[in-house]
Design a protein around this ligand. Structure first.
Ligand SMILES: Nc1ncnc2c1ncn2[C@@H]1O[C@H](COP(=O)(O)OP(=O)(O)OP(=O)(O)O)[C@@H](O)[C@H]1O
Length: 304
């Protein structure tokens, strides 16, 4: 989608200066976001950053403290059944209906929507055709998650919320799931908002990523924009004539390499130029902004 279309079309999700406090604990400190039709958008952040809180506010499950929120043209706090029917949710897991069979459960869910998908097509779409007759509580973790996805899209939602969707998936299941999300966005124009801690997943799937750290959006853009953003300096490594390893950070690595080359008699030993990655940017944000979070403590514990 071009920038022009972005600005011309009304965003599917529009958030302005959203704040949220639980009691006297401030969790969101003024979040602004626009998410557009057909975008796959990842809200990426460490534990406790406020991802689930944000998404629950957007889904209409949680009352915000202040700010403006519009989802599919309505304030989620006042969303009616018709509005709710346009939204698909894949929550952490549906714990009910353990004894239902897969196909029965899907067929049952079709009755909630005006224009549902065909249950057989849906089973094929999420790769559960062979499990159609199986009881829900006999599914593997990954199969269970695929069923969650099927339940989330049975009503042909325009907007799909995926809360940490691939937790517990094996690599094959994860890959198939990514293809499914891409297909939904590309072929059906579904807007997808996913929350994840998984950088690789965000980079692989999302058109744009917002990094939420400590209740604030620290960066937002395409994966490559973010990688270029905060950690703008490249790192140049080489081995000096005296045999010592050297490293230098610079905004102009070609200049540095040129200077090294001029100063050296022959080739520069072990020369390496490393461009910042999305992971560098993310870790930079997390370290800088929330060094006292659980994750930082975990990291320190792991390092110790
Ligand atoms: N119902 C609640 N009452 C009080 N505090 C809450 C409640 N829900 C969440 N919090 C706190 O709000 C902060 C943000 O939580 P939230 O679940 O939104 O983070 P998250 O980014 O989704 O984290 P995770 O990746 O661990 O799921 C945390 O400090 C959490 O302890």
């Amino acid at each position: 989608m071009t920038q022009h279309e972005h600005t011309a079309a009304r965003p599917v999700i529009r958030i302005r200066d959203l704040t949220m406090a639980y009691g006297d604990v401030d969790v969101l400190h003024g979040v602004d976001l626009d998410i557009h039709r057909g975008e796959v958008f990842a809200l990426l952040g460490p534990n406790g950053a406020g991802k689930t809180t944000t998404v629950e506010i957007l889904e209409g499950f949680r009352q915000r403290s202040s700010g403006e929120v519009t989802v599919l043209g309505a304030d989620p706090e006042r969303g009616d059944d018709a509005w709710r029917g346009r939204i698909g949710l894949v929550l952490q897991s549906w714990r009910d209906h353990p004894r239902w069979r897969v196909a029965e459960l899907l067929a049952h869910f079709t009755t909630y929507y005006p224009n549902p998908r065909d249950p057989d097509e849906l089973l094929a779409l999420v790769g559960l055709t062979e499990q159609a007759g199986q009881q829900v509580n006999r599914l593997s973790g990954g199969q269970r998650r695929r069923l969650d996805v099927a339940l989330g899209i049975v009503g042909r939602p325009e907007l799909l919320f995926l809360d940490e969707p691939t937790t517990g998936f094996d690599p094959e299941a994860r890959r198939e799931f990514h293809l499914l999300v891409e297909r939904l966005a590309r072929d059906e124009g579904v807007t997808v908002l996913l929350t994840t801690h998984d950088l690789v997943e965000a980079e692989r799937l999302a058109d744009r990523i917002a990094m939420l750290v400590g209740g604030r959006i620290r960066a937002c853009g395409t994966p490559s924009e973010l990688a270029r953003g905060a950690a703008a300096q490249a790192e140049v490594r080489w081995t000096a004539d005296d045999g010592t390893s050297r490293r230098e950070r610079t905004e102009d690595p070609s200049q540095l390499v040129w200077e090294l080359h001029r100063a050296a008699d022959g080739p520069i030993a072990d020369l390496e130029v490393r461009r910042p990655t999305l992971e560098d940017t993310y870790l930079h944000m997390v370290h800088r902004e929330s060094d006292d979070t659980d994750e930082a403590v975990d990291r320190k514990a792991q390092a110790a």
